[in-house]
Design a protein around this ligand. Structure first.
Ligand SMILES: [Zn+2]
Length: 239
């Protein structure tokens, strides 16, 4: 769970203004990997919308149900979040329902090989892989990124790593941030609107839960994902 204060939203916004823009020329099929339902939406909703709205196939694999977003695992939250990510993908015009693996939220590093096997089963034919950045501040994000990187390297498939909590926690000067690999995709108005609709589907994260639990994604966190760009790290050479 994210806590205040984190970095002011302007820090990364200003830094990303100086990052090279790239045209997205991936037509699909693409494989999008997430650790929790909402990673994919926060990180690459606009990119997914672009591919899907131009007729490309987008195959989404979510490793966990995000049942521990509020600390202890809540089984009722798992069902809710599975439905939320399915609705979010529909909002992006992604026609294929997401595959949810139900691996344990918070303990993905212990299940990386299961994730690799699952990607192998569903990712046939992918021309590119989008996955959480391997240096993201959340350990599940890093584990999902490693599994996806292994999958992509084994197939010589381009890998695009999307940061999730980087903009909230990681200073641009952090040694983990390799700016030589960082690129920005500028989103159209239509893609931004689709992203806003998709974020709105993750109600269990953006609204306060009953019992007085504050939202996981309060407005000051969502602000990191409300600009007109999405950032990706292009793949390191296969390790
Ligand atoms: Zn996450």
């Amino acid at each position: 769970m994210l806590t205040a204060p984190g970095l002011p939203v302007e820090v990364w916004r200003r830094r990303l203004e100086r990052v090279d823009r790239i045209a997205l020329r991936v037509s699909g099929p693409v494989l999008v990997v997430a650790a929790h339902p909402d990673d994919e939406t926060l990180g690459v909703a606009g990119i997914m919308a672009r591919i899907a709205m131009s007729g490309g196939q987008v195959c989404v694999v979510v490793a966990t149900d995000g049942e521990a977003a509020y600390g202890d695992a809540m089984p009722e939250l798992a069902a809710l979040r599975r439905a939320e990510v399915a609705a979010a993908m529909s909002a992006l015009c992604v026609t294929e329902p997401p595959t949810l693996l139900g691996l344990p939220d918070g303990d993905l590093a212990a299940h990386e090989q299961v994730l690799v096997d699952a990607l192998t089963a569903v990712g046939t034919g992918a021309r590119a892989v989008f996955a959480p950045w391997r240096h993201d501040p959340h350990p599940d994000h890093r584990a999902a990124g490693r599994a996806a990187a292994g999958y992509a390297a084994a197939r010589s498939c381009p890998l695009w790593e999307y940061p999730i909590w980087m903009r909230h926690w990681t200073e641009p000067s952090d040694p983990a941030v390799d700016v030589s690999r960082l690129r920005v995709v500028e989103l159209t108005e239509r893609e931004q609107a689709a992203k806003r609709r998709a974020i709105g589907c993750h109600r269990s994260q953006i609204e306060e839960l009953s019992g007085g639990r504050g939202a996981v994604l309060p407005p000051y966190v969502l602000a990191h994902f409300a600009d007109a760009v999405e950032a990706v790290f292009i793949a390191e050479p296969a390790a």
